[in-house]
Design a binder for this molecule. Sequence first.
Ligand SMILES: *Cc1c(COP(=O)(O)O)cnc(C)c1O
Length: 501
Amino acid sequence: MKYISTRGGSPGVTSAEAIRLGIAPDGGLFTPQTIPHYAEADLKKLLPLSYQELATEIIGSFLTDYQKAALQKMIAAAYRSPQKFAHPQVAPVVQLSGAQYILELWHGPTCAFKDVALQLLPHLMQEGNRLTASETETVILVATSGDTGKAALEGFCDIPGTKIIVFFPDQGVSQIQRLQMVTQEGANTAVVSVRGNFDDAQNGVKQLFTDPELIQNLKINGRAFSSANSINWGRLVPQIVYYFFGYFELCRKEIIQFGAPINVTVPTGNFGNILAAYLAKQMSLPIKKLICASNANNVLADFINTGIYDRNRNFYTTISPSMDILISSNLERLLYYLSGNNTAQITRWMHDLKSGGRYEIDEAMKKRIRNSFYGGSASETETMATIKKTFESTGQALDPHTAVGVTVYERYRSETGDETPTLFAATASPFKFNASVIEAISGKEAVSGLDEFQLLERLQKLTGMEIPPSLAGLKEKPVRHQTVCAKEEMKPVVENLLKLK
Ligand SMILES: *Cc1c(COP(=O)(O)O)cnc(C)c1O
């Protein structure tokens, strides 16, 4: 299977090459020329598989140049339990209420869903280097709104042949997220705080990726950049697996019969996680509606409802920081699929987005998007109210990102009366965003004066849930990374870290 660029400017490459490069040379995103499709009988054969077996099947259907035995080995290493994933099922399904079920994606080492992909990606890259006979050292550059950075650091830590540099916005991550990153171990890791917001960090990293001087200097040193953000196909494809697994769990629990439709709700930022659900739907998984939930940064909700993507608006720092994004990179892939692979049109839209911050799709595409997606946004007050209400009625503590999803879903359900069983992507452990969760449930006084570790204990008492050991253990870890820079200084910082100058 060949991978091509959404902007049409690069010849077909293998999946190993697409994963190694991260982003296509013309600035577009790699996507397979065709999306695998399961006939009903073949889909049914996947039903009894364990998470790891299912991952081997689904990932193998996309990464056709990887040997099955090699994939099995990498998947076994990435999803080991309890070493890597606290739960043996990797992504267990838990009832919320009625026919509403939560797909818990946060049992990995950093307590957010990004572990599912980022525990595997370094192995896929290492093997990709081998398959393409590349001797180059891979330098991973990451811009993070909090969760990607830590999950990538954990995944790449001490993986031979790789270095990783993570930039996070100094005002845009939670205390726990910051602590997780600045205490990161590993001889090949670096963490830098940028004065600005996530889009500043992301734009800075995008510029570094295409800076001719930097690329040339790296090349002389036997190195090349790659990306661990969800623009990398190797990040996306492991995420498709858990939607299949969640669906099959609902079948096994006899909530639905095999073949019956479900809805899927995803709290969305860069449009990676929900795009994985859309791909599962394209592959034949019976998904009726994809509910795309935004926080106050509602650029995606507006896009789904109007067909106009317009990033010219206020940027808000919210209690769901991993969704504080105004440019959703992976939307480019959806546009590619829905425009019938119209690469010239995508190139124009992406140009318009860069120059004027805005583009508008045509009526036919608007219709196609609304066929598959429902878009909505949740305010901070609504999100807090959902956490409280859910806790009081079900005993479950939702993290603020997951609560954005539940809030938007409730609106969808009351607007449409659609009672189709629904799976909610639970993207982070409530412990990772403890202060917001406790405040939502018990009020502002309950958090005042408490440090991060007292907050963890408080949430444990409140919910009876166990504190994830990786978070409790942060207390003992020394700070190893203290670099702070302005957004204009990211290039010299990288040159310095890589000793290029
Ligand atoms: C990254 C993240 C999101 C957003 O996912 P995208 O793939 O960027 O849409 C939502 N919730 C949490 C907790 C995250 O870490």
